[in-house]
Design a protein around this ligand. Structure first.
Ligand code: FAD
Length: 508
């Protein structure tokens, strides 16, 4: 990556810029950073730890740790360029108002964010800038395309199918090339009061347990770019990537890039990721295609984020015009068993324990557990599952989480309701499933391979011999899959027959 025009305080007489980082935790391909630098006499890079978005009840230890380490990495990158990150704690608008007045900020810049909480917050920030007489810039940067541009190109109604979305993207053209990384940044001025703040520890934020997920993903843009380059430096691997063929039981290393946490926090730019993949594909000659290719995964992200940006109530069923209205049950005991990995189905439980301990699981494992919770076995609302994922995933992303839960529960995007994952037969397709189960469910370590994915088929004597007595060491299945499948399928057919669903989302 090249360098942009180096900025120095002496060279400009422009405003003091405050760059408010939220996502977009990177210096490469960062449109907000470029907008903040334009002619600025001083640059104040700020991150505000927002109590509404933090705390153990709201966010698991892995995501909190990932965020804190990402902030440290961002601070290091800024320091290498003559700047630093200023980390504040508190209600963002109150903090911004305080420091904008103290530092006499003439320009406020942040990356546009389409999530509902962010929209309300950012409207307040825009009003604050107006009140303080500061210029406001909010360029995009989280996605390949500006969601508004795609919605407009769609002529009012965004397509809900991937094929049509690809056509829309083709109409708009290739995403813009990444922006260069600045080599030098203007120094931060006198910080006054804010100087006392820094990046807190996990314990200070109320987390006692270990962030085991950080063993698999290195926070910060350098970590992201290193992982990306490890993939793209082997073009044949990128070219051969077919998502449905990747193995959900592979965990160390995973069969997919595991770059999702970086995409969530923006420590990897979508455009940098996409263009690097396209370059690797071209280098390889022949390559897989969307929807299954790696570049195709980024287009799923694009589609789900863009639709989320214009769809009311995207993260819930009621009032969501793309979501089918289904009479889900509400059984807290079933939800709790699923959440904790105590369903009695080892494949489901191993995946949920992986989520609990490491904050990640493979896409097809997400398919399995989401189908199991909703239309497959337990008939619980996708919103409940979405909430659990939102708390525990490192990569929890408001749009992607909602969209994929709607998909798996056949509430939107996907309608092949009789395609239901078996919590046993599906796992049997993977040679690694048994070691995956043994790794995440140590209580099953002594169970012979033949019974491992369906331990209830062991006799009482076999259970004693394996050191795993069902009902004592590991639960009996909380549901009988075959009859549950049939029962749920007929409930789903009835919901489809009622046909209650709104219109396609309008652009807006
Ligand atoms: C029920 C359910 C909930 C999900 N919730 C989230 C979530 O909160 N956050 C999240 O990032 N992904 C979510 N996904 C999508 C997907 O499972 C993850 O993005 C993926 O497993 C992350 O691993 P990876 O980075 O190795 O993916 P790779 O296969 O290496 O893909 C590269 C990138 O493409 C994007 N991507 C891949 N698959 C999808 C997809 N189906 N939809 C949208 N973008 C995709 C991600 O940014 C990912 O990092 C969910 C999937 C399901 C079934």
């Amino acid at each position: 990556m090249g360098s942009s025009s180096a900025s120095s305080p002496a060279a400009h007489s422009g405003p003091a810029s405050l760059l408010w980082f939220r996502k977009g935790l990177r210096l490469h391909d960062n449109p907000a950073l470029h907008a903040a630098l334009e002619g600025a006499v001083a640059l104040y890079p700020v991150f505000v730890l927002d109590p509404t978005l933090l705390g153990p009840a709201r966010v698991g230890v892995n995501r909190t740790a990932f965020l804190l380490e990402s902030l440290r990495a961002l601070d290091a990158g800024l320091k290498e360029r003559g700047s630093r990150l200023i980390v504040l704690r508190g209600e963002p608008l109150a903090e911004l108002e305080r420091v904008m007045m103290q530092w006499r900020i003439g320009r406020l810049v942040f990356e546009a964010d389409t999530e509902p909480y962010a929209r309300v917050r950012d409207a307040g920030a825009a009003e604050l800038a107006r009140r303080l007489g500061a210029e406001l810039k909010t360029p995009g940067g989280h996605t390949l395309y500006d969601p508004g541009v795609l919605a407009e190109a769609a002529g009012g109604t965004l397509p809900l199918s991937y094929g049509s979305f690809l056509k829309l993207v083709a109409k708009v053209g290739e995403p813009p090339a990444p922006l260069p990384t600045p080599e030098r940044l203007p120094p931060v001025g006198d910080l006054g009061e804010a100087e006392r703040s820094g990046i807190p520890t996990l314990v200070e934020l109320g987390h006692q347990e270990k962030a085991a997920g950080l063993a698999f993903v290195t926070p910060g843009e350098q970590g992201a770019l290193a992982t990306l380059s490890a993939w793209t430096s082997v073009p044949a691997r990128v070219a051969a990537f077919e998502k449905p063929a990747t193995d959900p039981s592979a965990y160390a290393p995973a069969a997919t890039t595991r770059l999702s946490a970086h995409m969530k926090f923006g420590s990897l730019s979508a455009r940098t990721f996409y263009h690097a993949l396209r370059e690797a594909e071209r280098a390889a000659g022949a390559y897989s295609q969307p929807p299954t290719s790696l570049a195709g995964q980024l287009l799923w992200r694009e589609m789900f984020t863009t639709i989320g940006a214009v769809t009311p109530n995207y993260d819930r069923m009621v009032g969501n015009p793309v979501c089918r209205q289904i009479d889900w049950d509400d059984t807290p005991a079933l939800l709790a068993a699923w959440t904790e990995g105590h369903t009695g189905y080892p494949w489901i439980d191993a995946a949920m324990r992986q989520l609990n301990t490491e904050g990640w699981m493979h896409h097809l494992a997400r398919h399995s557990v989401a189908c199991f919770l909703t239309r497959g076995d337990l008939w619980q609302s996708w919103e409940a599952g979405q909430g659990v994922f939102d708390r525990l995933l490192i990569d929890a992303d408001w749009s992607l989480n909602a969209a994929n839960w709607m998909w798996l529960s056949a509430s939107a995007f996907f309608t092949a309701i009789d395609r239901i994952y078996s919590p046993v037969a599906f796992a049997k397709k993977y040679a690694g499933a048994r070691s995956y189960v043994r790794h995440y469910l140590p209580e099953l370590a002594g169970v012979p391979d033949a019974f491992l994915l369906e331990p209830w088929t062991m006799t009482a004597a076999q259970q004693r011999q394996a050191g795993c007595v069902l009902g004592r060491d590991y639960p009996l299945p909380i549901v009988d899959h075959a009859p549950a499948r049939e029962r749920n399928l007929s409930r789903m057919r009835a919901a489809y027959a009622r046909g209650r669903k709104g219109e396609s989302p309008a652009s807006g």
